[in-house]
Design a protein around this ligand. Structure first.
Ligand SMILES: [Zn+2]
Ligand SMILES: [Zn+2]
Ligand SMILES: [Zn+2]
Length: 324
């Protein structure tokens, strides 16, 4: 380090390191960056002891106090010591720099140490980063010296970490379930729109009686699932299975039932069985079918959300149709 005293007047105190080295410094500079040092200087005899960290870390600390700079090399070598010093002496900017620097350097080898330090130095973001790192690589971390030391000396923290990992797993499972459910509701809402498309406009193989027959047989360009849905409708119309026990009929029946539950067109709806099913459902309303009610609500809202994006799709569709 360049001597911090070059640009300043005669030093008026010394910082004494663990090894007994004395670094000359200026009371006004130290006091201006650290409220803790300000108090220490007032009550000391001009020698301020900074123990507990290597000498070179104290030198890097003083360099920051004077020049507000910390090299990558210093951060790499003394990041943890500097975090402690910045926390103890309340040097906010250095603390932020250390949190960022250590956060970028969290590894399987050092994660337990950095986590403990983050906890001691009240650095919640760094703590969280370490806890996540530890959770994601626990198999490797539990083989490290750091983890073994923690197990032997700090069972409370070990428990805290294990709890964090359990919570993290639970959150992940919930998020996965939400994503899967979301996909299901979206697929079903698309199926609902596709069904209305077939029963209202007609498509390649199925169309309503009052719509002109489309003779061209190219696949439907509006819905990837349209052909499958048309096959299902045709099957349902012609299947001879007793009481519709076949799987395809059951599936179609569920789709019709779901449609009826969310249909807003009521009497003008062209989807087969729409009003009959609704009537049947109203007459024999089964109490406590909460799962079905939830499904209906979710699909209805997914459909409403998708309809917000529909104008864009229709525009694309129309521009496609205009191309000769
Ligand atoms: Zn279609
Ligand atoms: Zn069938
Ligand atoms: Zn309907």
């Amino acid at each position: 380090m360049d001597s911090p005293t070059l640009l300043f007047p005669q030093p008026d105190l010394y910082l004494q390191t663990r090894a007994g080295n004395r670094i000359p410094a200026h009371a006004t500079i130290l006091a201006s960056v650290s409220p803790v040092l300000q108090n220490v200087i007032k009550s000391s005899n001009r020698i301020v002891k900074i123990h507990g960290v290597p000498d070179a870390a104290v030198t890097a600390f003083v360099a920051f106090l004077y020049y507000a700079r910390c090299t990558e090399e210093d951060m790499h070598k003394y990041g943890m010591h500097l975090l402690v010093l910045s926390h103890v002496y309340m040097v906010k900017h250095l603390k932020q720099r250390c949190i960022k620097g250590l956060s970028d350097r969290v590894s399987t080898e050092n994660v337990v140490d950095v986590l403990q330090l983050a906890r001691l130095c009240d650095a919640p973001d760094l703590y969280l980063k370490c806890a996540r790192h530890l959770t994601n690589r626990f198999k490797a971390v539990k083989e490290t010296e750091g983890w073994r030391f923690l197990q032997n000396h700090d069972p409370c923290l070990e428990l805290e970490i294990l709890r964090f990992m359990e919570e993290h797993e639970k959150r992940k499972r919930k998020a996965r379930k939400r994503r899967e459910d979301g996909r299901l509701y979206t697929e079903l809402s698309e199926a609902m729109v596709c069904l209305e498309h077939i029963c209202t406009e007609g498509c390649t193989e199925v169309w309503p009686f009052d719509v002109e027959v489309r003779r061209e047989r190219e696949p439907c360009s509006m819905f990837g699932t349209c052909q499958g849905m048309q096959n299902l409708i045709r099957h349902f119309a012609t299947c001879e299975s007793v009481k519709r026990r076949c799987l395809r009929c059951k599936r179609m029946w569920q789709i019709f039932r779901l449609h009826s539950s969310i249909c807003l067109r009521q009497d003008t709806c062209k989807v087969p069985l729409c009003s009959q099913i609704r009537l049947k459902m109203e007459q024999g309303k089964r109490k406590g079918d909460a799962r079905w009610e939830l499904l209906v609500r979710k699909v209805a809202s997914a459909k409403a959300m998708a309809s917000l994006a529909l104008p864009k799709r229709k525009m694309v569709e129309e521009s496609r149709r205009e191309v000769p």
